[in-house]
Design a protein around this ligand. Structure first.
Ligand code: NAG
Ligand code: NAG
Ligand code: NAG
Length: 335
């Protein structure tokens, strides 16, 4: 009953906005991750101590697991890793489809946490070669981090103004992957947007929207946050192909906003992207910053010899819904 009332109350929000409209194009819940995504077995380009496993192996080892309402991707937390092995068994999945202007709503109940971990939910150009076509990091962090880092990595000539309408903290403004050791242009979220406190709160919602006019924006609402917009909170109830939404002023300032224009031309730097979830260990960030991000000892030793350290090293996804842009609404407004 309460859901019905809330959905009716939401109709004016859905129909009044003058900003870009997006229509639900794909929704991934539970088992349909196995159909719409590819388990990549590449060597980790970021030099992590990881063995990215194929889907059959990952399912047989329960490193990838689904029910009708949840999808889990985890690190192996039972086996010691021989020094001669490629690394600890884990998962990296790539969406089969690529999306241009879009809104992606991720409802996440748990992300990998703990020393040696470096998980990310991000998107990259389907055509590349990287960094051509761009990279958008929506969720990323390492080790005992408790603040998420949102960042872009691009070809040259893309920078961000230091002052933007966003709640996060700017860490760098040059998005060019070829400078500053591929730091990209980053914005750090609040405590609780990543890691142990994110999981303790039951996770939350990450939303990424991208258009030339409004740039690339990322919002985060923790599970209990009363300000989560109805379009995000009720995405499952609205999970009807043809439903339209629009990021609008009632959503509040995003955590990270990357405006497009004279400093960074959208069409030059961003094209259609595939989404990725991955989980690597040590490597260029988690390994190099191991002792400055809450961990001690040797990252590689932990990965090799301490499987039980990885019991909380998993993604648990309630849903990922991807809306793509429509110029005019071809469907009647919901309901
Ligand atoms: C690495 O993953 C593959 C599956 O993609 C698997 O066959 C192989 O046994 C794994 N390596 C180790 C050392 O477990
Ligand atoms: C596989 O993993 C899921 C999620 O972590 C868990 O609920 C389930 O019990 C596991 N199944 C087996 C056979 O270990
Ligand atoms: C950099 O981008 C701007 C547009 O954003 C463009 O006018 C300028 O020519 C570009 N410079 C180079 C060196 O590509």
């Amino acid at each position: 009953m309460r859901t019905c009332v809330a959905l009716l109350a939401l109709v004016p929000v859905l129909t009044r906005s003058a900003s870009a409209q997006f229509v639900l194009a794909d929704q991934f819940v539970g088992y349909n991750f196995f159909e719409g995504w590819t388990w990549e077995t590449i060597n980790d380009p970021t030099n992590g101590r990881v063995n990215y496993t194929d889907q059959a192996f990952a399912r047989a080892q329960n490193l990838s697991y689904a029910t009708p309402t949840t999808f889990v991707m985890r690190a192996d937390d039972t086996n010691v890793v021989p020094a001669s092995a490629r690394g600890r068994n884990s998962v990296r999945i790539l969406s089969n489809k690529a999306y241009g202007d879009s809104v992606a709503i991720l409802d996440l109940s748990h992300m990998p946490q703990g020393c040696a971990t470096w998980p990310a939910f991000w998107s990259l150009s389907a055509t590349g070669p990287w960094p051509a076509g761009g990279e958008i990091d929506i969720i990323e962090g390492v080790n005992e981090n408790v603040q998420n880092l949102v960042s872009l990595h691009t070809s040259p000539n893309c920078t961000m103004p230091p002052q933007r309408v966003e709640s996060g903290t700017v860490t760098s403004t040059n998005c060019d992957a070829n400078v500053n050791y591929n730091q990209g242009c980053g914005v750090q979220g609040a405590t609780g947007s990543y890691g142990v406190p994110f999981n303790a709160a039951g996770g939350g919602w990450y939303v990424m929207a991208r258009t030339a006019e409004d740039g690339i924006r990322v919002w985060f609402w923790a599970r209990g946050d009363p300000t989560v917009p109805p379009e995000v909170l009720y995405a499952p109830a609205l999970g009807i192909l043809g439903t339209t939404i629009s990021p609008n002023p009632t959503w509040g300032a995003p955590v990270a906003s990357f405006p497009m224009g004279p400093l960074c031309d959208y069409a030059t730097h961003f094209n259609a992207h595939q989404f990725v979830f991955d989980l690597t260990f040590c490597g260029d960030w988690a390994g190099n910053d191991y002792t400055t991000t809450g961990c001690s000892g040797s990252c590689t030793d932990l990965v090799n010899n301490d499987p039980e350290a990885f019991s909380e090293s998993y993604w648990a996804v309630n849903s990922l819904r991807i809306y793509t842009r429509v110029e005019s609404t071809p469907y009647p407004p919901y309901p």
